[in-house]
Write a protein of this length. Structure first.
Length: 90
């Protein structure tokens, strides 16, 4: 895991503790904005982080082009944001 990704994971753990529950172990679950989310380990976080940022990038590029955005894309961005204990940009 790169230093940047390790720093992002540390911020994720801080968000999880502050927004959900500091006592939840990796693999355990908590509620965030009405969604049940699992506390991710470093490898799971790295995959979810990459997927979220790639999808968000495509979403904003589509908006810039004036494309019609499918509801499935919006829902997926929101689900991935919740998984990372982030506020969705959509």
């Amino acid at each position: 895991m790169s230093d940047d990704l390790a720093a992002e994971y540390a911020r994720y753990l801080e968000r999880f503790a502050a927004e959900i529950d500091p006592a939840v172990d990796v693999g355990g679950f908590g509620k965030y904005k009405g969604k049940l989310v699992a506390k991710l380990g470093p490898d799971e976080f790295a995959r979810a982080y990459a997927e979220y940022h790639e999808l968000a990038k495509h979403y904003f590029e589509s908006l810039d082009r004036g494309d019609t955005i499918n509801d499935v894309v919006v829902r997926t961005v929101r689900e991935l944001a919740a998984k990372l204990v982030l506020t969705a940009p959509v």
